[in-house]
Design a binder for this molecule. Structure first.
Ligand code: ATP
Ligand code: MG
Length: 451
């Protein structure tokens, strides 16, 4: 056809298959991308060659999923997933097929795939596309449609409903009516999917242009209540004051507004979850107005549970929970320099930029419009001024060390820790105190108090 520009490296790989009498097709996301006029991201190939044959064809092959007929070929700095044509059967746990059977026809392989747009094969090095389910037509209509009977396909693999809404957010597509309608009755199968696979989809949703598209589809189909019930309970939690939206819409707007980041999507995760404690901390004050005292603490605790349940790595959990806990800071122009220093210490210098971004996203989600560009400037200016002075902000910046205190006769252990912390507090309040002689005098006085 010559219609698509096939990368020379891909041509070269195809040549190796063809010379050995094997068929090879580009499949999956790469074909989707080409049809949509985008450059293909990663390459998935399908072939009639058995995994052992593929291993024999290339010098560097990793048997990544050999039980399911998939190997990874490393070639000229690239990694390609190569899968032998196969059919699947007996999805007893709603996760992985019990049985994989190789087949000789690409059409059969395509029929096990999830959506019509993902069931198109482009023969290499050239030839007419194989598109038995009119995936090209659905791509033109921006539609995500299950291959065959959606109910049956979702019952085979409970991840598919989540993949559908994830693709909707990634590509800005709609989920076709019958496909969408089949999701609620598949929730029991989705419930059995491993948390890691759910998390990977959530990460892809967060990396998409408009995550709310997926989350609203999840709400509509019951996926949200199943997988992120803390968020689903934020629906119809009304707020007053400056807020225009209920807590769920506010959270989704904030998540969309947070700039897309490289993984991990710390700010988007924090924006999505920053208010999930509100339904639990809501109370009316004497005037009958809703209040949400301490909701940042409740949100932080619930987020820790949620992210742990989804098997997020500890480092990510800690940062996201920290950002959520700190998201309610209220800067006032009468803050002393000490107050600015304490703010920096509490947030941590490395998290300042993330927290500013979270606050901007939060403001967007409150008003439904972009906050003015100088919205945080009064605070950031003062923070930057303090940082430029290189004053002591942590124990290692103190002009005395534990050794100096030992020389004073203070024993290492909790009392010394308390003294060092007290010295830091004094220095944060008044940086001029950060001289060895001065601090030793203060330490001497504290020694009596603390021992
Ligand atoms: P992306 O790489 O952007 O996530 P993709 O379509 O390439 O999109 P992969 O997960 O890489 O998705 O899978 C490659 C192909 O394998 C898909 O296009 C689809 O044909 C098939 N596939 C993947 N997961 C499933 C599944 N759970 N059920 C059925 N087919 C699937
Ligand atoms: Mg892919």
């Amino acid at each position: 056809m010559g219609k698509f520009a096939i990368h020379p490296v891909l041509q070269e790989i195809a040549g190796i298959f063809i010379r050995h009498g094997k068929q090879v097709f580009l499949v999956g996301g790469a074909v989707r991308d080409l049809i949509r006029g985008r450059r293909a991201q990663d390459w998935d190939l399908a072939t009639d060659a058995l995994p052992e044959e593929v291993i024999a064809l290339f010098p560097r092959v990793i048997p990544t999923g050999i039980k399911h007929g998939t190997v990874t070929v490393r070639f000229k700095g690239r990694s390609l997933e190569v899968t032998t044509y196969r059919t699947e059967s007996g999805y007893h746990d709603g996760r992985r097929p019990d049985q994989v059977t190789y087949t000789e026809r690409i059409e059969e392989d395509l029929s096990r795939r999830d959506f019509t747009m993902n069931a198109i094969a482009l023969p290499l090095p050239r030839g007419p596309m194989v598109d038995p389910f009119n995936g090209v037509g659905d791509i033109k209509k921006n539609l995500i449609r299950a291959v065959g009977n959606p109910q049956e396909r979702f019952a085979e693999d409970g991840l598919r409903p989540l993949r559908a809404v994830r693709f909707a957010a990634q590509m800005g597509f709609d989920v076709e009516e019958a496909t969408l309608a089949a999701i609620p009755s598949a929730l029991g199968t989705t419930e059995k999917v491993s948390p890691e696979r759910i998390r990977d989809e959530l990460d892809k949703i967060l990396a998409s242009p408009q995550p709310s598209r997926a989350f609203l589809l999840m709400e509509w189909t019951g996926l949200l209540e199943l997988l992120l019930p803390e968020l689903s309970r934020c629906r119809n939690i009304e707020q007053k004051g400056f807020h225009r939206f209920d807590v769920l819409d506010h959270s989704l707007l904030a998540c969309d507004a947070a700039a897309r980041e490289e993984a991990p999507h710390l700010v988007r995760l924090a924006a999505l979850l920053h208010d999930i404690g509100k339904p639990l901390s809501r109370a009316r004050d004497d005037a009958g107005i809703w209040t949400f005292y301490q909701h940042e603490q409740v949100s932080a605790n619930l987020s820790r549970e949620l992210l742990t349940r989804l098997r997020y790595p500890n480092g990510i959990i800690q940062t996201v929970v920290h950002l959520i806990r700190e998201h309610m800071f209220h800067y006032e122009s009468n803050w002393s320099e000490g107050a600015v220093r304490r703010f920096i210490i509490r947030v941590g210098e490395e998290h300042l930029e993330h927290l500013y971004r979270l606050r901007r996203a939060d403001a967007y989600g409150t008003a439904g419009q972009v906050p003015p560009p100088d919205f945080l400037l009064p605070l950031t200016r003062r923070v930057d001024a303090v940082l430029a002075k290189n004053q002591a902000l942590s124990l290692k910046d103190l002009a005395v060390s534990g050794k100096d205190l030992i020389a004073l006769g203070i024993q290492p252990g909790p009392p010394m820790g308390r003294i060092l912390t007290a010295l830091l507090e004094a220095v944060v309040e008044d940086p001029d105190l950060n001289h060895k002689e001065t601090l030793l005098v203060i330490a001497g006085n504290l020694q009596e108090q603390y021992s």
